[in-house]
Design a protein around this ligand. Structure first.
Ligand SMILES: Cc1cc2nc3c(=O)[nH]c(=O)nc-3n(C[C@H](O)[C@H](O)[C@H](O)COP(=O)(O)OP(=O)(O)OC[C@H]3O[C@@H](n4cnc5c(N)ncnc54)[C@H](O)[C@@H]3O)c2cc1C
Length: 531
C-alpha cells in the first residue's frame, strides 16, 4: 500500500551497490557527485499527531499509523525525493483510507465531509506534480484515499473488445488479466508497473505508443466516479454525439471532481507482428523533419521517438554526436515489414543512416528507460538535481520553442547556483500537427534549499512556455506544482467552467483542493447550505 518511504517501485528493482557505483562513475566526468546519502528510515520520520480519530464502520479501513501516513505523503517528483531525503514529512495526511470497494469510497467521503476534512485520491502515488500531496494552504485535516482495494478486471466483453476495470488496478495486473483473452490495452506509460487505471484516467496519461491512440482517453468507453453529490456513471458507448461528452470533463480532472472507481476500456488483440529500426541523424534538424514527415505520412508507427544527441548518449544508446529516431511497428493482423520499409525510406529521405539489427536495435535505450526511475534515486541521493519537464506544440513553433526551453533551462540552472548542467530533450509523441517536447535536466544541486532551486528552475521554464502559449504539461498533469501557471495561462472562461463544475459536483471543496484550480475553496459552502 502506498509508495516506499524513499525509492521507486520495489526494493527488488533497486540498483545494486555495484550498479550504483558504475552509474556514478559514468556521470562523474561531466558532473560532480557526492557519496549517496542514506534513505530515511521510519524511526527518523517525525509526524504531528493526526487531527482525526477514526470511528464507526469506516474505521475498518482507516489508518493513522506513521508508516501509512509517511508513505502517502509525497509523489515521485524531484522535490518529493529531496524532501524525503531531508526527512521532512510535514504534509503527511492525517488519515489514510483504503476502502475495500465503491461503497467504502462513498462512506469515506461522507465521513470526511462530516469531519470537515479534505480528501486526496491516491492511485499509485506516481504523480510528479504534487497531485497526491496535502494542500499547504487549507486548514482542514487531510484524508488520503488509496484506491488499492478497488482492484482487478471485473468483466471482459470480447465481442466489443472492452474490459471493465477497477480504478486501483496497476498496469501489470491489468495486462495479466487480459492475457488469457489474447487481449491487451497497449498503454505503457513509463510508470506502468506502479501507476493505476484510475490515476491514468485522472491525469490524461500518455503511453509510449508514440503516434496514434496513445493517450488513455482514446481507450475510455465509459467511466464511473463517486462525487460528493452522488455517483456519476457515463454509460458505455462506442462514440458520443448527444451534446458535450461528460467523460471528457472527468478525464484529466485529477481527483477534483470525483473519485473514479471503474471504467470500461477499449482493448486490442495482442500484436504478433513486429518490426524495429533505429535511424541516426548527424543533423538534429533533419531528424525533426523526418519525424514530421512520418507523423504526416498516415502511417501510425507504435514508436517514433526522437532523442537529441545528449539524451541518446546519457541513455547509452548513442555516441553524443547523432540524434536517434527509434522506430517500431506492430500488428495483430498483418505483417508490418512493408510499413517499416516505408518508415525507413522517409527517414533516409532526410539523410538518416539506419541501424539494422536482429531482435531489438532499440534495446540500449529501452533498458535505460525502464531502469531510469531507479537510477534517478541514486543520482538524487548523490547530490544531483534530476527533473523532467514536458509540453506540446505545433510543428511551425517547435524549433523556436525547443531552443528557448533548452536555453532557459541552462540559464535557470546557472542562475540558481548550478552552472554547467546537462539539458537534453526528446520528442516523445508525434502528431500530424505537432509533437510533445520532453526536457531532462541533470546538474549538481546547490547545497542549500534544493526544493527552492527546482522551483526557481521550473519558474524559468514556465515563463518561456507562457510566452509561447504552450501548455504546462503534455502528460505529467497539472497537480499543485503547475496549478498557478496553468490557471494564469488558461482562458478565464475555461477556468470558470471548471470551477462551476466543481461547485456542482463538490460544493464544499472536499476533493483535492489546490489541484488544477486555486485552493481558495472554490464554491465552498458551509455544510448547512448544501442542498
Ligand atoms: C518515473 C515516472 C515516469 C512517468 N511516466 C509517465 C508516462 O510515461 N506517461 C504519463 O502519462 N505519466 C507518466 N508519469 C506520471 C504519472 O505516472 C501519471 O500521472 C500516472 O497517470 C499517475 O497514476 P497513479 O495511479 O500513480 O496516480 P497518482 O499519482 O496516485 O494520482 C495522480 C492524480 O490523479 C488523482 N487520482 C488518482 N487516482 C484517482 C482516482 N481513482 N479517481 C480520481 N482521481 C484520482 C490523484 O489525486 C492525483 O491528483 C510518470 C511518473 C514517474 C514518476
Amino acid at each position: 500500500m502506498g509508495a516506499r518511504l524513499f525509492g521507486w517501485g520495489t526494493e527488488s528493482g533497486d540498483l545494486s551497490a555495484a550498479e550504483a557505483h558504475a552509474l556514478l562513475d559514468r556521470v562523474r566526468p561531466w558532473l560532480a557527485v557526492t557519496e549517496p546519502v542514506d534513505p530515511p528510515t521510519l524511526s527518523e520520520v517525525d509526524l504531528a499527531p493526526p487531527r482525526l480519530a477514526p470511528a464507526g464502520p469506516v474505521s475498518a479501513w482507516l489508518r493513522t499509523d506513521p508508516l501509512a501516513r509517511a508513505t502517502h505523503t509525497y509523489g515521485q517528483g524531484y522535490r518529493d525525493l529531496v524532501r524525503r531525503l531531508e526527512r521532512r514529512f510535514a504534509p503527511a495526511p492525517d488519515v489514510v483510507a483504503v476502502p475495500p470497494d465503491e461503497n467504502g469510497v462513498v462512506a469515506t467521503l461522507e465521513w470526511a465531509d462530516a469531519h470537515d476534512a479534505v480528501v486526496v485520491p491516491f492511485g499509485g502515488g506516481t504523480s510528479v506534480v504534487g497531485g497526491i500531496e496535502a494542500p499547504s494552504d487549507d486548514p482542514r485535516p487531510v484524508v488520503s484515499l488509496d484506491l488499492e482495494g478497488l482492484h482487478g478486471v471485473i468483466e471482459v466483453d470480447t465481442a466489443s473488445r472492452v474490459a471493465r476495470c477497477r480504478a486501483g488496478t496497476r498496469g501489470p495486473d491489468l495486462e495479466a488479466a487480459l492475457a488469457p483473452y489474447g487481449l491487451t490495452l497497449r498503454h505503457f506509460p513509463q510508470s506502468f508497473e506502479f501507476s493505476t487505471v484510475g490515476g491514468w484516467l485522472a491525469t490524461h496519461a500518455a503511453g509510449h505508443y508514440a503516434t496514434g491512440p496513445t493517450r488513455i482517453d482514446d481507450a475510455v468507453a465509459s467511466l464511473r466516479a463517486v462525487t460528493p453529490r452522488g455517483i456519476l456513471d457515463t454509460g458505455r458507448h462506442p462514440s458520443w454525439g448527444a451534446g458535450p461528452d461528460v467523460r471528457a470533463l472527468v478525464l484529466g480532472s485529477e481527483g477534483t471532481l470525483g473519485v473514479i472507481t471503474e471504467t470500461w476500456l477499449r482493448v486490442v488483440a495482442r500484436p504478433t507482428f513486429h518490426a524495429r529500426a533505429v535511424a541516426r541523424f548527424a543533423d538534429v534538424e533533419a531528424g525533426i523533419a523526418a519525424s514530421r514527415a512520418i507523423a504526416q505520412s498516415g502511417l501510425r508507427p507504435a514508436n517514433a521517438r526522437l532523442l537529441d544527441p545528449v539524451e541518446a548518449a546519457v541513455s547509452g544508446a548513442g555516441d553524443g554526436n547523432e540524434a536517434l529516431l527509434l522506430l517500431a511497428c506492430e500488428s495483430a493482423d498483418h505483417p508490418v515489414s512493408g510499413e517499416m520499409t516505408r518508415l525507413r525510406e522517409l527517414a533516409a529521405d532526410h539523410g538518416a543512416k539506419l541501424r539494422d539489427g536482429v531482435g531489438r536495435p532499440d534495446a540500449p535505450w529501452r533498458d535505460a528507460f525502464v531502469r531510469a526511475p531507479y537510477a534517478r534515486d541514486v543520482l538524487v541521493r548523490a547530490g544531483l538535481l534530476v527533473e523532467t519537464f514536458e509540453t506540446v506544440t505545433t510543428w511551425d513553433r517547435l524549433d523556436t520553442l525547443r531552443h528557448a526551453v533548452v536555453d532557459a533551462a541552462a540559464a535557470a540552472l546557472a542562475a540558481s547556483g548550478s552552472p554547467g548542467g546537462l539539458v537534453s530533450w526528446r520528442l516523445t509523441h508525434l502528431y500530424p500537427d505537432g509533437a510533445a517536447l520532453y526536457l531532462t535536466v541533470l546538474a549538481p544541486a546547490r547545497a542549500r534549499d534544493r526544493v527552492g532551486q527546482i522551483d526557481e528552475v521550473r519558474a524559468g521554464l514556465l515563463a518561456v512556455l507562457a510566452d509561447a502559449a504552450a501548455p504546462v504539461t503534455h502528460h505529467h498533469a497539472v497537480g499543485r506544482v503547475h496549478q498557478p501557471a496553468h490557471t494564469a495561462s488558461s482562458p478565464a472562461l475555461a477556468t470558470a467552467l471548471l470551477v462551476s463544475a466543481k461547485a456542482v459536483l463538490d460544493p464544499r471543496g472536499l476533493l483535492n483542493p489546490g489541484v488544477l484550480v486555486a485552493s481558495s475553496r472554490p464554491g465552498h459552502q458551509p455544510r448547512d447550505h448544501v442542498g
